[in-house]
Design a protein around this ligand. Structure first.
Ligand code: 13P
Ligand code: SF4
Length: 343
């Protein structure tokens, strides 16, 4: 048992972090968080570990222990660069699998293996094989929100931040796009490529309605509505801006609307509002029950025990990795083109 003096020293050390999250964490709850945060930060050093946290993680994870934060694309890109021995994925299972695909020699920890995703659950590798039989020769793009087995059956991966560019990079006039039906519809609206879609939905974003937006606009003059492309098409049509979670954050940081409604997971508004104090955030939001499985307590436990670690069968990993690496290569070649144009 640590002495009262030791406990107080530990809490004092992490006290400055409370300033960042005090809007969302009652003072009486902070000591519990503070003890986990101090332990996690110590374990990160002793394990040579980094924590990658998705934008939907709660503020005490996102602002107090994460080393790298972002949307799925940024987490995949940054996972490649790390020289840590251990990666903790504070997010959902497909994100940990992506990190493992890109870092086969590292330990990738997923604090709760049950943190899934309704989109990833909506399609199997056998479904993709059937689609290929149905549409011979048509390339398959998979949203990153899928299992490694599904990625292994596809030509290339994409995220909500680069879906249109990835579809167009294939140079095909027809593309199969799985599994998010609404993201597929959004892509179809922004390209001349014919899109064949699947009926997968995000259980969080499919619940937003255009009627809900109308009633918030009535109550809040000048409200800017920004939406994730996993929302239904009528919701996207009513929004002022559509983008990945990172693009939504950039919109708020750069445009500084007086009032904003972010149609996405609840923690996103909390995390962004901490860095833009002059913007009023109007909610509703919907919770992702999978993202919420990750807690400071299970991150700490995971670092202590180095479990549960994500493993992917090598015969699957080789093909799934190729799909993710093709996506990252498209991003790099576009950056090279931009640099050449501006240089
Ligand atoms: P982003 O890639 O935009 O962060 O989205 C991930 C996700 O799961 C959205 O629900
Ligand atoms: Fe999956 Fe939706 Fe949760 Fe994102 S918010 S992880 S798409 S269920």
């Amino acid at each position: 048992m640590p002495s009262n003096h030791t406990t107080e020293m530990v809490r004092n050390k992490v006290a400055p972090l409370y300033e960042r999250v005090k809007k969302f964490i009652p003072e009486m709850e902070w000591p519990v968080h503070a003890d986990h945060i101090a332990a996690i930060n110590q374990l990160k050093k002793s394990r040579n570990a980094v924590i990658l946290a998705h934008n939907y993680q709660t503020p005490e994870i996102f602002h107090c222990v994460a080393d790298i934060t972002g949307d799925s694309l940024a987490l995949a890109q940054r996972a490649v660069d790390t020289d840590a021995d251990v990666i903790v994925l504070a997010g959902v299972h497909f994100m940990a699998e992506t990190a493992k695909l890109l870092n086969p020699g590292k330990t990738v920890l997923m604090p709760d293996l049950n943190a899934g995703c309704s989109l990833a659950d909506s399609i199997t590798a056998a479904d993709v094989r059937k689609l290929r039989e149905q549409y011979p020769g048509v390339p398959v793009v998979t949203y990153v929100n899928t299992s490694a087995e599904v990625k292994a059956e596809c030509d290339i991966c994409c995220t909500s931040g680069n879906a249109v560019a990835i579809v167009e990079s294939l140079g095909s006039d027809k593309v199969i796009f799985v599994p998010d039906e609404y993201l597929a519809a959004y892509v179809a609206e922004h390209t001349d490529v014919e899109i064949i879609s699947w009926k997968g939905h995000c259980e969080v974003h499919e619940r937003f309605t255009a009627a809900e937006i109308d009633s918030f606009r009535e109550g809040h003059a000048g409200l800017k509505v920004i939406a994730h492309p996993e929302c239904p098409p009528d919701v996207l049509a009513s929004a002022d801006f559509v983008g990945s979670t990172a693009q939504m954050q950039d919109y708020v940081v750069n445009e500084r609307p007086d009032k904003v409604l972010m149609l996405t997971e609840c923690s996103m508004s909390d995390n962004v509002s901490i860095s833009v104090e002059d913007v009023e955030f109007i909610r509703p939001c919907n919770l992702c029950p999978h993202m919420k499985r990750i807690t400071l307590a299970n991150i700490q436990q995971s670092l202590e025990t180095l479990t549960p670690a994500v493993e992917i069968d090598e015969s699957v990993a080789i093909r799934a990795r190729a799909a993710v690496e093709r996506m990252l290569a498209v991003g790099r070649s576009q950056l090279t083109k931009v640099a050449a144009l501006s240089g």
